[in-house]
Design a protein around this ligand. Structure first.
Ligand code: GLU
Length: 481
Protein backbone atom coordinates (compact mmCIF):
# COMPACT_ATOMS: atom_id res chain seq x y z
CA UNK A 1 0.00 0.00 0.00
CA UNK A 2 1.60 3.28 -1.03
CA UNK A 3 1.88 6.01 1.56
CA UNK A 4 -0.65 8.26 -0.09
CA UNK A 5 -3.30 5.57 0.40
CA UNK A 6 -2.99 5.73 4.16
CA UNK A 7 -6.46 6.38 5.55
CA UNK A 8 -7.10 6.05 9.25
CA UNK A 9 -9.94 6.96 11.53
CA UNK A 10 -11.00 7.54 15.10
CA UNK A 11 -14.43 6.19 15.91
CA UNK A 12 -15.68 7.49 19.25
CA UNK A 13 -18.95 6.28 20.72
CA UNK A 14 -20.85 9.25 22.13
CA UNK A 15 -21.73 7.58 25.42
CA UNK A 16 -19.51 9.98 27.36
CA UNK A 17 -17.24 12.99 26.87
CA UNK A 18 -13.89 12.66 25.07
CA UNK A 19 -11.93 10.20 27.16
CA UNK A 20 -8.17 10.74 27.40
CA UNK A 21 -7.66 7.22 26.02
CA UNK A 22 -9.76 7.96 22.93
CA UNK A 23 -7.90 11.24 22.45
CA UNK A 24 -4.58 9.38 22.70
CA UNK A 25 -5.70 6.84 20.07
CA UNK A 26 -6.95 9.69 17.86
CA UNK A 27 -3.52 11.33 18.16
CA UNK A 28 -1.76 8.13 17.07
CA UNK A 29 -4.05 7.85 14.07
CA UNK A 30 -3.61 11.52 13.21
CA UNK A 31 0.19 11.33 13.44
CA UNK A 32 0.26 8.15 11.40
CA UNK A 33 -1.83 9.80 8.68
CA UNK A 34 0.15 13.03 8.65
CA UNK A 35 3.52 11.25 8.72
CA UNK A 36 2.53 9.24 5.66
CA UNK A 37 0.72 12.04 3.85
CA UNK A 38 -2.59 10.21 4.29
CA UNK A 39 -6.04 11.08 5.59
CA UNK A 40 -7.40 11.20 9.14
CA UNK A 41 -11.14 10.63 9.41
CA UNK A 42 -13.70 10.81 12.19
CA UNK A 43 -16.66 8.48 12.53
CA UNK A 44 -19.23 8.67 15.28
CA UNK A 45 -20.39 5.25 16.47
CA UNK A 46 -23.84 6.24 17.65
CA UNK A 47 -25.84 3.13 16.83
CA UNK A 48 -26.48 2.30 20.47
CA UNK A 49 -29.40 4.69 20.94
CA UNK A 50 -29.73 3.93 24.65
CA UNK A 51 -26.13 4.94 25.38
CA UNK A 52 -25.57 7.64 22.75
CA UNK A 53 -26.45 11.23 23.48
CA UNK A 54 -26.42 13.66 20.51
CA UNK A 55 -25.29 16.49 22.80
CA UNK A 56 -22.16 14.49 23.57
CA UNK A 57 -21.32 14.21 19.87
CA UNK A 58 -20.84 17.96 19.81
CA UNK A 59 -18.66 17.90 22.91
CA UNK A 60 -16.48 15.11 21.58
CA UNK A 61 -15.96 16.86 18.25
CA UNK A 62 -15.22 20.14 19.98
CA UNK A 63 -12.58 18.54 22.20
CA UNK A 64 -11.03 16.76 19.19
CA UNK A 65 -10.96 20.05 17.31
CA UNK A 66 -9.19 21.80 20.17
CA UNK A 67 -6.47 19.18 19.96
CA UNK A 68 -6.25 19.85 16.22
CA UNK A 69 -7.75 16.46 15.36
CA UNK A 70 -10.08 17.54 12.60
CA UNK A 71 -11.50 15.08 10.09
CA UNK A 72 -10.12 15.44 6.58
CA UNK A 73 -13.45 14.37 5.13
CA UNK A 74 -17.11 14.54 6.07
CA UNK A 75 -17.79 13.00 9.47
CA UNK A 76 -19.62 9.68 9.24
CA UNK A 77 -22.52 9.07 11.62
CA UNK A 78 -23.37 5.40 11.99
CA UNK A 79 -26.95 6.19 12.99
CA UNK A 80 -27.57 7.37 9.41
CA UNK A 81 -26.32 4.18 7.82
CA UNK A 82 -28.68 1.55 9.21
CA UNK A 83 -30.02 0.50 5.81
CA UNK A 84 -26.54 -0.04 4.47
CA UNK A 85 -25.66 -2.39 7.35
CA UNK A 86 -28.91 -4.27 6.99
CA UNK A 87 -28.28 -4.87 3.30
CA UNK A 88 -24.79 -6.19 4.03
CA UNK A 89 -26.10 -8.49 6.79
CA UNK A 90 -28.52 -9.99 4.27
CA UNK A 91 -25.73 -10.30 1.75
CA UNK A 92 -23.79 -12.42 4.26
CA UNK A 93 -26.90 -14.49 4.95
CA UNK A 94 -27.62 -15.09 1.29
CA UNK A 95 -24.04 -15.97 0.47
CA UNK A 96 -24.21 -18.84 2.96
CA UNK A 97 -21.69 -17.25 5.37
CA UNK A 98 -24.48 -16.48 7.76
CA UNK A 99 -27.63 -18.10 9.09
CA UNK A 100 -30.87 -17.14 10.76
CA UNK A 101 -31.10 -17.59 14.50
CA UNK A 102 -34.59 -17.91 15.97
CA UNK A 103 -33.46 -18.44 19.55
CA UNK A 104 -35.32 -16.31 22.05
CA UNK A 105 -33.42 -14.25 24.62
CA UNK A 106 -34.64 -16.70 27.29
CA UNK A 107 -33.25 -19.69 25.40
CA UNK A 108 -29.93 -17.94 24.91
CA UNK A 109 -29.71 -17.03 28.57
CA UNK A 110 -30.54 -20.61 29.62
CA UNK A 111 -27.79 -22.01 27.43
CA UNK A 112 -25.30 -19.44 28.73
CA UNK A 113 -26.30 -20.40 32.27
CA UNK A 114 -25.75 -24.08 31.47
CA UNK A 115 -22.31 -23.32 30.02
CA UNK A 116 -21.39 -21.39 33.14
CA UNK A 117 -22.56 -24.25 35.37
CA UNK A 118 -20.44 -26.67 33.32
CA UNK A 119 -17.54 -24.21 33.45
CA UNK A 120 -17.46 -23.86 29.65
CA UNK A 121 -17.12 -20.48 27.91
CA UNK A 122 -20.66 -19.33 27.13
CA UNK A 123 -20.51 -19.62 23.34
CA UNK A 124 -23.49 -20.02 21.08
CA UNK A 125 -24.27 -23.73 20.62
CA UNK A 126 -25.24 -23.36 16.94
CA UNK A 127 -28.62 -24.93 17.46
CA UNK A 128 -30.14 -22.84 14.65
CA UNK A 129 -27.58 -24.08 12.16
CA UNK A 130 -29.69 -27.23 11.76
CA UNK A 131 -32.63 -25.38 10.16
CA UNK A 132 -33.02 -26.05 6.46
CA UNK A 133 -33.52 -23.19 4.07
CA UNK A 134 -37.17 -24.18 3.87
CA UNK A 135 -37.58 -24.19 7.66
CA UNK A 136 -36.14 -20.73 7.78
CA UNK A 137 -38.34 -19.42 4.99
CA UNK A 138 -41.42 -20.82 6.76
CA UNK A 139 -40.55 -19.32 10.12
CA UNK A 140 -39.81 -15.97 8.54
CA UNK A 141 -43.12 -16.11 6.70
CA UNK A 142 -44.85 -16.83 10.03
CA UNK A 143 -43.25 -13.70 11.40
CA UNK A 144 -40.93 -15.43 13.92
CA UNK A 145 -38.28 -12.87 14.86
CA UNK A 146 -34.74 -13.77 13.90
CA UNK A 147 -31.23 -12.51 14.18
CA UNK A 148 -28.49 -13.11 11.63
CA UNK A 149 -25.35 -14.89 12.80
CA UNK A 150 -22.12 -15.27 10.93
CA UNK A 151 -20.84 -18.78 10.57
CA UNK A 152 -17.24 -19.12 11.70
CA UNK A 153 -15.41 -21.82 9.74
CA UNK A 154 -13.13 -24.44 11.27
CA UNK A 155 -9.46 -23.74 11.74
CA UNK A 156 -7.59 -20.85 13.21
CA UNK A 157 -7.39 -17.14 12.55
CA UNK A 158 -4.13 -15.25 12.42
CA UNK A 159 -3.11 -11.72 11.58
CA UNK A 160 -0.05 -9.56 12.08
CA UNK A 161 -0.73 -6.73 14.46
CA UNK A 162 1.24 -3.48 13.96
CA UNK A 163 1.95 -3.42 17.69
CA UNK A 164 1.78 -6.98 19.00
CA UNK A 165 3.11 -8.86 15.98
CA UNK A 166 1.57 -12.14 14.87
CA UNK A 167 -1.59 -13.04 16.79
CA UNK A 168 -3.50 -16.29 16.51
CA UNK A 169 -6.81 -17.60 17.78
CA UNK A 170 -8.51 -20.98 17.40
CA UNK A 171 -11.79 -20.52 15.59
CA UNK A 172 -13.50 -22.65 18.22
CA UNK A 173 -12.92 -19.67 20.51
CA UNK A 174 -14.76 -17.31 18.18
CA UNK A 175 -18.47 -18.02 18.40
CA UNK A 176 -20.97 -17.60 15.56
CA UNK A 177 -21.73 -14.08 16.68
CA UNK A 178 -24.77 -11.99 15.75
CA UNK A 179 -24.26 -9.44 12.98
CA UNK A 180 -27.89 -8.21 12.82
CA UNK A 181 -30.32 -8.29 15.72
CA UNK A 182 -33.94 -9.42 15.47
CA UNK A 183 -35.05 -5.77 15.19
CA UNK A 184 -32.87 -5.52 12.08
CA UNK A 185 -30.20 -3.34 13.67
CA UNK A 186 -26.56 -4.10 12.99
CA UNK A 187 -24.19 -5.05 15.76
CA UNK A 188 -21.02 -3.11 16.40
CA UNK A 189 -18.71 -5.53 14.59
CA UNK A 190 -20.71 -5.52 11.37
CA UNK A 191 -21.10 -1.74 11.27
CA UNK A 192 -17.38 -1.22 11.88
CA UNK A 193 -16.34 -3.52 9.04
CA UNK A 194 -18.84 -2.05 6.60
CA UNK A 195 -17.75 1.48 7.45
CA UNK A 196 -14.03 0.78 7.47
CA UNK A 197 -14.39 -0.87 4.07
CA UNK A 198 -16.51 1.89 2.57
CA UNK A 199 -14.31 4.60 4.05
CA UNK A 200 -11.32 2.78 2.49
CA UNK A 201 -9.57 2.63 5.84
CA UNK A 202 -6.06 1.24 5.37
CA UNK A 203 -4.96 0.97 9.01
CA UNK A 204 -7.15 0.43 12.05
CA UNK A 205 -5.24 1.70 15.07
CA UNK A 206 -7.26 1.32 18.26
CA UNK A 207 -7.11 0.20 21.90
CA UNK A 208 -6.04 -3.36 22.67
CA UNK A 209 -9.43 -4.01 24.27
CA UNK A 210 -10.60 -4.48 20.67
CA UNK A 211 -8.36 -7.45 19.81
CA UNK A 212 -11.21 -9.90 20.39
CA UNK A 213 -13.37 -7.84 18.05
CA UNK A 214 -10.63 -7.87 15.43
CA UNK A 215 -10.71 -11.68 15.30
CA UNK A 216 -14.45 -11.48 14.74
CA UNK A 217 -14.19 -8.69 12.19
CA UNK A 218 -11.65 -10.61 10.14
CA UNK A 219 -14.38 -13.20 9.51
CA UNK A 220 -16.75 -10.52 8.30
CA UNK A 221 -14.08 -9.24 5.90
CA UNK A 222 -13.58 -12.78 4.65
CA UNK A 223 -17.29 -13.49 4.29
CA UNK A 224 -17.71 -10.35 2.21
CA UNK A 225 -14.51 -10.78 0.21
CA UNK A 226 -13.30 -7.36 1.36
CA UNK A 227 -9.60 -6.53 1.58
CA UNK A 228 -8.57 -6.36 5.24
CA UNK A 229 -6.92 -3.24 6.63
CA UNK A 230 -3.81 -3.54 8.77
CA UNK A 231 -4.67 -3.65 12.46
CA UNK A 232 -2.67 -2.12 15.29
CA UNK A 233 -3.78 -2.40 18.91
CA UNK A 234 -2.22 0.13 21.22
CA UNK A 235 -2.06 -0.30 24.99
CA UNK A 236 -4.80 1.00 27.22
CA UNK A 237 -4.32 3.97 29.50
CA UNK A 238 -4.63 3.18 33.18
CA UNK A 239 -4.80 5.26 36.32
CA UNK A 240 -1.69 5.42 38.54
CA UNK A 241 -3.40 2.77 40.72
CA UNK A 242 -3.56 0.56 37.58
CA UNK A 243 -7.34 0.68 37.44
CA UNK A 244 -9.16 1.61 34.26
CA UNK A 245 -9.67 5.35 33.85
CA UNK A 246 -13.21 6.10 34.85
CA UNK A 247 -15.44 9.09 35.38
CA UNK A 248 -16.85 7.37 38.41
CA UNK A 249 -13.43 7.36 40.04
CA UNK A 250 -13.20 11.10 39.41
CA UNK A 251 -11.06 10.95 36.27
CA UNK A 252 -11.41 13.96 34.02
CA UNK A 253 -12.17 14.05 30.31
CA UNK A 254 -10.15 16.02 27.77
CA UNK A 255 -12.41 19.10 27.80
CA UNK A 256 -12.15 19.34 31.58
CA UNK A 257 -8.36 19.34 31.43
CA UNK A 258 -8.36 21.99 28.70
CA UNK A 259 -10.79 24.13 30.69
CA UNK A 260 -8.57 23.80 33.72
CA UNK A 261 -5.66 25.37 31.92
CA UNK A 262 -3.86 22.58 30.09
CA UNK A 263 -2.59 23.75 26.70
CA UNK A 264 -3.86 21.56 23.84
CA UNK A 265 -0.31 21.08 22.57
CA UNK A 266 0.81 19.88 26.01
CA UNK A 267 -2.07 17.41 26.16
CA UNK A 268 -1.21 16.25 22.65
CA UNK A 269 2.47 15.84 23.49
CA UNK A 270 1.88 14.04 26.79
CA UNK A 271 -0.74 11.64 25.42
CA UNK A 272 1.59 10.80 22.58
CA UNK A 273 4.11 9.39 25.06
CA UNK A 274 1.57 6.91 26.44
CA UNK A 275 1.99 3.78 24.35
CA UNK A 276 4.51 5.24 21.94
CA UNK A 277 8.03 6.47 22.38
CA UNK A 278 10.34 8.73 20.43
CA UNK A 279 13.15 6.43 21.64
CA UNK A 280 15.13 9.45 22.75
CA UNK A 281 15.61 11.17 26.11
CA UNK A 282 13.72 14.19 24.85
CA UNK A 283 10.09 14.53 25.94
CA UNK A 284 8.89 17.89 24.75
CA UNK A 285 7.87 18.09 21.11
CA UNK A 286 5.64 20.24 18.98
CA UNK A 287 2.94 18.57 16.90
CA UNK A 288 4.94 19.34 13.78
CA UNK A 289 7.99 17.60 15.21
CA UNK A 290 5.90 14.61 16.26
CA UNK A 291 4.50 14.28 12.74
CA UNK A 292 8.04 14.16 11.47
CA UNK A 293 9.36 11.51 13.85
CA UNK A 294 6.23 9.39 14.27
CA UNK A 295 7.23 5.83 13.53
CA UNK A 296 4.74 3.03 14.12
CA UNK A 297 7.66 0.72 14.91
CA UNK A 298 7.92 2.60 18.22
CA UNK A 299 4.55 1.65 19.67
CA UNK A 300 4.83 -0.09 23.05
CA UNK A 301 2.65 -3.01 23.98
CA UNK A 302 2.63 -2.54 27.76
CA UNK A 303 -0.32 -0.66 29.22
CA UNK A 304 0.52 2.96 29.98
CA UNK A 305 -0.21 5.04 33.06
CA UNK A 306 -1.95 8.39 32.69
CA UNK A 307 -0.49 10.56 35.42
CA UNK A 308 -2.01 14.00 35.90
CA UNK A 309 1.16 15.33 37.56
CA UNK A 310 3.17 14.33 34.51
CA UNK A 311 0.64 16.05 32.26
CA UNK A 312 1.04 19.22 34.32
CA UNK A 313 4.83 18.97 34.05
CA UNK A 314 4.48 18.79 30.25
CA UNK A 315 2.10 21.73 30.40
CA UNK A 316 4.58 23.84 32.35
CA UNK A 317 7.24 23.20 29.71
CA UNK A 318 4.86 24.06 26.87
CA UNK A 319 3.72 27.27 28.55
CA UNK A 320 7.34 28.37 29.00
CA UNK A 321 8.03 27.57 25.36
CA UNK A 322 5.00 29.27 23.90
CA UNK A 323 5.58 32.83 22.70
CA UNK A 324 3.99 35.37 25.05
CA UNK A 325 2.11 36.92 22.16
CA UNK A 326 0.39 33.55 21.54
CA UNK A 327 -0.45 33.10 25.21
CA UNK A 328 -1.94 36.60 25.39
CA UNK A 329 -5.38 35.94 23.84
CA UNK A 330 -5.89 32.85 26.02
CA UNK A 331 -4.72 34.49 29.22
CA UNK A 332 -6.69 37.64 28.41
CA UNK A 333 -9.89 35.60 28.27
CA UNK A 334 -9.09 33.90 31.56
CA UNK A 335 -8.55 37.23 33.32
CA UNK A 336 -11.72 38.71 31.83
CA UNK A 337 -13.75 35.67 32.85
CA UNK A 338 -12.52 35.84 36.39
CA UNK A 339 -12.21 39.59 36.99
CA UNK A 340 -14.76 41.12 34.63
CA UNK A 341 -14.33 42.43 31.11
CA UNK A 342 -13.78 46.14 31.68
CA UNK A 343 -10.09 46.53 32.36
CA UNK A 344 -8.29 47.58 29.17
CA UNK A 345 -5.03 46.29 30.59
CA UNK A 346 -6.39 42.79 30.22
CA UNK A 347 -6.89 43.09 26.47
CA UNK A 348 -4.98 40.55 24.42
CA UNK A 349 -3.00 43.29 22.72
CA UNK A 350 -2.19 45.24 25.87
CA UNK A 351 1.50 45.82 26.50
CA UNK A 352 0.77 45.53 30.21
CA UNK A 353 -0.78 42.06 29.85
CA UNK A 354 2.23 40.89 27.85
CA UNK A 355 4.54 42.04 30.62
CA UNK A 356 2.38 40.36 33.27
CA UNK A 357 2.55 37.12 31.29
CA UNK A 358 6.32 37.43 30.92
CA UNK A 359 6.72 37.95 34.64
CA UNK A 360 4.70 34.83 35.52
CA UNK A 361 5.46 32.52 32.62
CA UNK A 362 8.24 30.61 34.36
CA UNK A 363 6.09 29.97 37.42
CA UNK A 364 2.72 28.78 36.19
CA UNK A 365 1.84 25.11 35.84
CA UNK A 366 -1.57 25.66 34.31
CA UNK A 367 -2.95 28.57 32.32
CA UNK A 368 -5.41 29.28 35.11
CA UNK A 369 -2.43 29.94 37.39
CA UNK A 370 -1.90 33.22 35.53
CA UNK A 371 -5.11 34.39 37.16
CA UNK A 372 -4.60 32.88 40.60
CA UNK A 373 -0.99 34.13 40.74
CA UNK A 374 -1.50 37.46 39.00
CA UNK A 375 -4.94 38.89 39.79
CA UNK A 376 -3.34 41.68 41.84
CA UNK A 377 -1.81 43.12 38.67
CA UNK A 378 -5.31 44.19 37.67
CA UNK A 379 -7.25 44.32 40.90
CA UNK A 380 -6.52 46.58 43.85
CA UNK A 381 -8.75 44.73 46.28
CA UNK A 382 -7.30 41.51 47.63
CA UNK A 383 -6.85 39.66 50.89
CA UNK A 384 -3.43 39.06 52.41
CA UNK A 385 -2.18 35.51 52.55
CA UNK A 386 -2.93 34.69 56.16
CA UNK A 387 0.15 32.70 57.03
CA UNK A 388 2.44 35.28 55.43
CA UNK A 389 0.59 38.12 57.17
CA UNK A 390 1.11 36.48 60.54
CA UNK A 391 4.82 36.40 59.83
CA UNK A 392 5.40 39.68 58.04
CA UNK A 393 2.80 42.10 59.33
CA UNK A 394 3.88 43.47 62.69
CA UNK A 395 4.24 46.94 64.14
CA UNK A 396 7.99 47.05 63.56
CA UNK A 397 7.56 46.28 59.84
CA UNK A 398 4.70 48.77 59.61
CA UNK A 399 7.17 51.53 60.45
CA UNK A 400 9.56 50.40 57.73
CA UNK A 401 6.77 50.03 55.20
CA UNK A 402 5.47 53.53 55.94
CA UNK A 403 8.98 54.90 55.42
CA UNK A 404 9.38 52.94 52.17
CA UNK A 405 6.07 54.27 50.82
CA UNK A 406 7.23 57.76 51.59
CA UNK A 407 10.48 57.25 49.70
CA UNK A 408 8.87 55.48 46.75
CA UNK A 409 6.45 58.35 46.40
CA UNK A 410 9.31 60.82 46.11
CA UNK A 411 11.11 59.00 43.31
CA UNK A 412 11.02 61.04 40.13
CA UNK A 413 11.43 57.91 38.04
CA UNK A 414 9.96 54.64 39.26
CA UNK A 415 11.52 51.54 37.72
CA UNK A 416 12.72 48.21 38.98
CA UNK A 417 16.22 49.69 39.27
CA UNK A 418 15.24 52.82 41.18
CA UNK A 419 12.84 50.90 43.43
CA UNK A 420 15.54 48.38 44.24
CA UNK A 421 18.13 51.07 44.95
CA UNK A 422 15.68 52.84 47.26
CA UNK A 423 14.81 49.70 49.18
CA UNK A 424 18.50 48.84 49.53
CA UNK A 425 19.23 52.33 50.80
CA UNK A 426 16.55 52.09 53.45
CA UNK A 427 17.78 48.64 54.52
CA UNK A 428 21.35 49.99 54.82
CA UNK A 429 20.32 53.00 56.82
CA UNK A 430 18.32 50.93 59.26
CA UNK A 431 20.94 48.18 59.39
CA UNK A 432 18.44 45.63 58.09
CA UNK A 433 18.80 42.66 55.78
CA UNK A 434 17.07 43.25 52.41
CA UNK A 435 14.76 40.31 53.08
CA UNK A 436 13.37 42.06 56.11
CA UNK A 437 11.91 44.67 53.73
CA UNK A 438 11.33 42.57 50.63
CA UNK A 439 8.88 40.08 52.16
CA UNK A 440 6.45 42.52 53.78
CA UNK A 441 6.61 44.75 50.71
CA UNK A 442 5.66 41.88 48.42
CA UNK A 443 2.81 40.93 50.72
CA UNK A 444 1.60 44.54 50.89
CA UNK A 445 1.63 45.01 47.11
CA UNK A 446 0.38 41.59 45.99
CA UNK A 447 -1.24 39.91 48.99
CA UNK A 448 0.99 36.93 48.30
CA UNK A 449 4.25 35.51 49.56
CA UNK A 450 5.37 34.17 46.15
CA UNK A 451 5.51 35.62 42.70
CA UNK A 452 7.84 37.24 40.20
CA UNK A 453 10.93 39.11 41.35
CA UNK A 454 9.76 41.91 43.66
CA UNK A 455 11.20 44.77 41.65
CA UNK A 456 9.73 43.55 38.36
CA UNK A 457 6.42 43.32 40.18
CA UNK A 458 6.73 46.84 41.61
CA UNK A 459 7.58 48.37 38.25
CA UNK A 460 4.60 46.66 36.66
CA UNK A 461 2.10 47.62 39.35
CA UNK A 462 3.44 51.16 39.06
CA UNK A 463 4.47 53.88 41.49
CA UNK A 464 1.05 55.22 42.43
CA UNK A 465 -0.56 51.89 43.11
CA UNK A 466 2.52 50.57 44.92
CA UNK A 467 2.52 53.54 47.29
CA UNK A 468 -1.24 53.27 47.88
CA UNK A 469 -1.04 49.55 48.53
CA UNK A 470 1.87 49.84 50.94
CA UNK A 471 0.02 52.55 52.91
CA UNK A 472 -3.10 50.43 52.93
CA UNK A 473 -1.10 47.54 54.40
CA UNK A 474 0.32 49.86 57.06
CA UNK A 475 -3.24 50.86 58.03
CA UNK A 476 -4.24 47.22 58.05
CA UNK A 477 -1.36 46.34 60.39
CA UNK A 478 -2.03 49.27 62.67
CA UNK A 479 -5.71 48.53 62.97
CA UNK A 480 -5.14 44.83 63.58
CA UNK A 481 -2.24 44.93 66.03
N1 GLU B 1 -16.33 2.96 19.11
C1 GLU B 1 -15.22 2.22 19.57
C2 GLU B 1 -14.75 2.77 20.89
O1 GLU B 1 -15.10 3.89 21.22
C3 GLU B 1 -14.06 2.26 18.60
C4 GLU B 1 -14.06 1.09 17.74
C5 GLU B 1 -12.95 1.04 16.73
O2 GLU B 1 -12.03 1.88 16.77
O3 GLU B 1 -13.02 0.17 15.89
O4 GLU B 1 -14.02 2.10 21.58
Amino acid sequence: MSDSKVRVRIAPSPSGYLHVGTARTAIFNYLYARHHGGKFLVRIEDTDVERSDPALVYNILEALNKLGLVSDEEIILQSQRKDIYSAVAHQILESGHGYCCFCTPEQLEASREKARAEKRPPRYDRRCLKHTEEDCANKIAEGVPFAIRIRIPEGETTYTDMVAGELKRQNTEIEDFIIARSDGSATYNLAVVVDDHQMKISHVIRGNDHITNTFKQIHIYKALGYEQPKFGHVPLLLRPDKKKISKRLGDKDVAEYLNEGILPEAMFNYLCTLGWSSKTEREIYTVKELIEIFDSANFNSANAIFDEEKLIAFNKQHIMKKPTIELAPIVSELFKDKLGPDNGNMAANSEYLLRVIDSLKERVRKLTDFVSLGAYFFKDEFDYDQEAAEKQFNSENAVFLAELAERFEKLSEFSKETAEAELDKLADEKGLKRGKLIHPTRLAVSGMSVGPGLFVLLELVGQKRVVTRIRKAVDFINSNM
